[in-house]
Design a protein around this ligand. Structure first.
Ligand code: MTE
Length: 325
C-alpha cells in the first residue's frame, strides 16, 4: 500500500518532535471528560442489543494490585501524558491540545460478533460490570524504541471476554477506535485505513496481563492517552495498545490491524517485543526511557515472558522470528 506520509516512528530519534505541551491539572480534568459522579444515564433503546443499567465505577486512585512490579522508576507523569502517539489527532507527539475535542462522556461501547450476548453499553458501565478498577504498574515499549513505565487503572480484558461469552468459533478479538473526522483531523487523511483497528487471539485477550485501562497516574485517562478506554498489552509493541475503543468484535478471522494494512512487513500482527529481531529499519536492542532519556537493554516480551511465553509454544516451529514482527 502506498503511504503518502511517513509515520513518525519511521523517523530517527533526532527527528522526533520535542515535547512542548504540558497541561495543568484543570485542563487535564476537563480534557478527561469524567464527571466523577458516575454516569448520568445508561444507554438505552438500542435495537437488537441487550442494554445495561446505570452503575458508578470506583473512584481514583484505584487500589494497586501489588502482583505487578517494575524494575525501573515510574516515568514522570508530564512525560507520559505529553509525548503521545494518537494519529487520529496528527502524526506528531504533540497532539494533546487537539485531542481535547474528544467527547468521552458518554462513550458507547459495542461488543458484537461471535458472542452469545451482544452488548451496547457505556464505558463506565462496562467497567462497573467488570468488577471495578485496579491499578497496575506496567512497562510500555513502543516499536519506535522509546519506553515508559506507568500506573494504569482499569480491568483485566479477560473480564470483558467473560461478559461477552464468546461462541466456540470465536478465535480473535478485534478492537476498533472511534471514527469521527469532524473532531479528529487525522481521520481526514484518507491514505490511512481508518478507523484504527487492532486484534489479539482470544488466548492473548484472556491472558492476565491484557488490560483495559481507563486511567493513568491514579486519575481518569487524559484524552491524548486514549480516553475513556484503551488496551494495554505490555509484552507487545505499543501500537497494539489501541486507544479510545468503541467496538470489540469476536471473530473467527484474524483482524488486519491499522499498521499492518499500511506496512505488513514492518508492523505485523504479533508484534511481541524482542531485542534480537530488529525492525527492518532500526535495531530493537535498546530503548530510550521517557523522562531520563537513558538507554537500557530491551527485554524479550518486554520482560513479561513468564506470563506470556507459553501462549506461543510451538506456534512457528520453522520461523521463530515470526512472532516478533
Ligand atoms: N491507538 C490509536 N487509536 N491511534 C494511535 O495512533 N498509537 C499507538 C497506540 N495506540 C495509536 C493507538 C502507538 S504507536 C503507541 S506507542 C501507543 O498507543 C502510545 O500510547 P501513549 O501515547 O499513551 O504512550
Amino acid at each position: 500500500m502506498l503511504i503518502k506520509k511517513r509515520p513518525s516512528w519511521t523517523m530517527g530519534e533526532s527527528d522526533a518532535t520535542p515535547e512542548e505541551i504540558y497541561m495543568n491539572r484543570r485542563d487535564w480534568l476537563r480534557g478527561a471528560g469524567f464527571s466523577g459522579l458516575g454516569l448520568a444515564a445508561a444507554i438505552s433503546g438500542i435495537g437488537g442489543f441487550a442494554t445495561s443499567a446505570t452503575a458508578a465505577i470506583g473512584g481514583y486512585p484505584a487500589p494497586r494490585n501489588l502482583a505487578y512490579r517494575l524494575d525501573r522508576d515510574i516515568t514522570p507523569e508530564e512525560d507520559a501524558t505529553s509525548y503521545t502517539n494518537f494519529y487520529e489527532f496528527g502524526s506528531s507527539k504533540n497532539i494533546t491540545k487537539r485531542a481535547q475535542k474528544l467527547i468521552t462522556d458518554p462513550w458507547v461501547v459495542t461488543i458484537d460478533g461471535l458472542v452469545e450476548t451482544e452488548l451496547q453499553l457505556d464505558a463506565e458501565d462496562l467497567i462497573a460490570r467488570a468488577g471495578g478498577l485496579e491499578e497496575r504498574l506496567y512497562r510500555h515499549r513502543c516499536v519506535e524504541a522509546w519506553a515508559m513505565a506507568v500506573p494504569w487503572s482499569g480491568v483485566p480484558l479477560a473480564k470483558l471476554v467473560n461478559l461477552a461469552n464468546p461462541k466456540v468459533e470465536a478465535k480473535y478479538l478485534r478492537m476498533e477506535t472511534f471514527f469521527d473526522p469532524s473532531i479528529a483531523p487525522g481521520q481526514k487523511q484518507d491514505w490511512y485505513p481508518w478507523p484504527y483497528v487492532e486484534g489479539l487471539t482470544l488466548d492473548e485477550a484472556a491472558n492476565e496481563l491484557a488490560f483495559l485501562a481507563t486511567g493513568i497516574y491514579g486519575k481518569p485517562m487524559p484524552a491524548q492517552n486514549g480516553a475513556p478506554i484503551r488496551l494495554v498489552t505490555p509484552w507487545k509493541y505499543g501500537f497494539k495498545s489501541v486507544k479510545s475503543i468503541s467496538r470489540f468484535t469476536f471473530t473467527d478471522e484474524r483482524p488486519v490491524s491499522f499498521w499492518e494494512q499500511l506496512n505488513a512487513r514492518e508492523y505485523g500482527f504479533w508484534a511481541n517485543v524482542n531485542p534480537d529481531v530488529p525492525h527492518p529499519r532500526w535495531s530493537q536492542k535498546t530503548e530510550r526511557l521517557l523522562g531520563s532519556n537513558k538507554n537500557v537493554p530491551t527485554q524479550i516480551f518486554n520482560g513479561y515472558g513468564a506470563e506470556v511465553a507459553s501462549l506461543y509454544n510451538g506456534m512457528f516451529p520453522n520461523d521463530g522470528r515470526a512472532l516478533f514482527h
